[in-house]
Ligand binder design. Structure first.
Ligand code: SF4
Ligand code: SF4
Ligand code: SF4
Length: 578
């Protein structure tokens, strides 16, 4: 590798040719602050927080986009640099509401952290502020441009999702981020993924907070309040309490939910196993009976909304299975309600999800198996963390507890649903056993693991070559679907996840600052923790889950039965209203 030698703050360092000053400083153990910079997706050098001095240059340069040269001398911490950054922060604050006390990002805000580091809390430039209104029109997200610093990271994230419904409106003092023609978010084809929220360095974008609704339900003695938690949440929630990325806090999470007062603490992993029963059966039926192929997974609601909006010709390819969230809720409101003599109307089903699109999904049509919504309230991982804090629960001191039976019992196949490739692997574990009619030894499908945006493999099953693809991030998805549509690619089965890397990187997950995300493989660490959990499970195939067998024996009969179709399957629409 070609290397470049330079000095940073008087220290000699050698870095790969093509590095920026920001990257070179990182090699030298020096952090240069950033606000607008996001590696690969938003390298625009706009915010000017990362400015540094370069010997011989006529002005300060933006370290995030300035390449290193042989013999260069860089200074990252001079009075000129510090004064410039401080003035930039003051200018930003002059157009900011500064309501840190109750801001959901307080303590996890990149602007607040920099203001603290540079001793900035008042601005010399007070005056008029750009007029703005809060946009809370969508089911999943609130935009408050009084906290927006115009970094455009959300715009880049939305463009990366191949949706691009937000951008900069107006010019100069009036510049604001929003939808074209000042439309509300609910009136444009936003697919509710929340990737813009996790990209935002401040509190300008947040999920629509529903924790007061959940606290109210728990306090209502007439309600039986049941909670279930998605596979990926167990390996991300700990980050909200300062634990290392990739910590598995399943036991503490179950304990916290019990202490919050939920009547039953279930695991969406059971719903994931149920999804595999129905989806693997649907796949086998389509293969045997000449059904529509490739079959495409349907458990990611952002992806489903994307397909309905932008690729409606693929609707027949979508599995008719509800998502694990909805299957779990539907089973709670039907089988569990009946077994326990509870009127489904008196059950409040709360889900804890990595995803803001789940807030949209719970309101979809055809998601009410018992005549009432399968799931009443979907909270994000971040909202659960805020509930735990507000209830005064000391998360790190909690013991490890288990989920409640039977809807809290699951397998290794279910837990890997939380990462890209996991749903396909779980489905193959079951479909291959069923097609071969034996208990196959191999449960590890290494070829479809990892964080690549598109993964392909061919597996020889029951005398047939099964061609599969795994795809995450909607730009990758769009390219793959275009290739399938053009006949350039053929597959039997495709897993699609809306968010890059899958649910471990969902729009409802804990927000790591750019200083971490630009340099640490956050997705990889979270994903690794899920595969470790899978490996530790005594049962690693969904159809071998004893709890699943109980619920099929008592209620569903067999996969694809009439009851299963009534309760666990759904339909999709070409979306003209958003
Ligand atoms: S966005 Fe950050 S700086 Fe602004 S009010 Fe919230 S915490 Fe404070
Ligand atoms: S939720 Fe997703 S689709 Fe909607 S504006 Fe944000 S990034 Fe774009
Ligand atoms: S909403 Fe957030 S991410 Fe988007 S431009 Fe404003 S501060 Fe940046």
């Amino acid at each position: 590798m070609d290397m470049v030698n330079l000095k940073i703050n008087g220290m000699d360092i050698s870095v790969p040719k093509g590095s920026t000053i920001l990257e070179a400083a990182r090699y030298a153990g020096i952090e240069i602050p950033t606000l607008c910079y996001m590696r690969e997706i938003n390298e625009i050098g706009a915010c000017r927080i990362c400015v540094v001095e370069v010997k011989g240059a006529r002005s300060l340069v933006a370290a995030c986009v300035y390449p290193v040269n042989e013999g260069m001398e860089v200074f990252t911490n001079t009075p000129t640099v510090r004064n410039s950054r401080k003035m930039t922060l003051e200018l930003i604050l002059s157009n900011h509401d500064k309501k840190c006390l109750s801001c959901v990002r307080s303590g996890n805000c990149e602007l607040q952290k920099l203001c603290k580091e540079y001793g900035v809390d008042e601005s010399r430039y007070d005056g008029a502020m750009t007029p703005s209104e809060i946009d809370d029109s969508a089911l999943h997200l609130v935009r408050n441009n009084k906290k927006c610093i115009l970094c455009r990271r959300c715009v880049a994230a939305c463009r990366e999702q191949y949706v691009g419904v937000i951008g900069a409106n107006a010019r100069g003092f009036d510049t604001n981020i929003g939808c074209a023609f000042e439309k509300k978010l609910a009136d444009v084809p936003c697919i509710s993924c929340g990737q813009c929220i996790v990209e935002c360095p401040t509190g300008a974008l947040t999920e629509k907070d529903q924790i007061d609704e959940v606290f109210a339900a728990i306090a209502d003695p007439t309600k039986h309040v049941v909670v279930h938690t998605a596979p990926s949440v167990r390996v991300t929630l700990g980050e909200c309490f300062g634990m290392p990325i990739g910590s598995n806090v399943e036991g503490k999470m179950a304990a916290a939910l019990r202490r919050l007062g939920f009547d039953k603490v279930f695991d969406t992993d059971f719903g994931a196993d149920l999804t595999i029963m129905e989806e693997a059966n649907e796949f086998v039926e389509r293969v045997k009976n000449g059904g529509v192929l490739p079959m495409i997974t349907s458990c990611s609601p952002g992806w489903v909304k994307f397909a309905e909006t932008f690729y409606p010709d693929f609707i027949p390819n979508l599995s008719t299975c509800k998502s694990p969230q909805q299957m779990q809720g539907a089973t709670i409101k039907t089988w569990y309600a009946k077994k326990n003599g509870i009127d489904p109307k008196d059950i409040v089903c709360v889900s804890i999800m990595p995803c803001t699109a789940k807030k949209f999904e719970v309101k979809r049509d055809n998601q009410s198996a018992a005549g009432v919504p399968d799931v009443d309230i979907a909270l994000t991982t971040r909202e659960l963390a805020r509930m735990i804090d507000r209830a005064g629960i000391k998360f790190d001191l909690l013991p490890d507890e288990k989920f409640d039976p039977i809807l809290g019992e699951s397998t290794g196949a279910a837990v890997i649903f939380g990462t890209s490739g996991g749903v396909m692997e779980a489905a193959l574990r079951t479909a291959a056993d069923w097609l071969e009619n034996k208990d196959l030894e191999n449960v590890d499908y290494q070829e479809i693991r990892g964080m690549a945006g598109v993964k392909e493999a061919t597996y020889h099953v029951a005398g047939m070559d099964v061609k599969v693809a795994v795809c995450s991030g909607l730009t990758n998805v769009a390219k793959l679907l275009d290739a399938v549509r053009a006949g350039e690619k053929t597959y039997h089965f495709i897993e699609v996840m809306c968010c890059p890397g899958g649910c471990i990187n969902g729009g409802g997950q804990p927000i790591q600052p750019a200083s971490v995300r630009n340099f640490v493989d956050v997705k990889g660490l979270r994903s690794k923790a899920l595969y470790a959990a899978d490996k530790d499970m005594p049962v690693r195939k969904s159809h071998q889950n004893p709890a699943i067998k109980v619920v099929y024996d008592e209620f569903f009969g067999k996969p694809g039965s009439h009851v299963a179709h009534e309760v666990l399957h759904t339909a999709y629409v070409k979306r003209e209203k958003y």
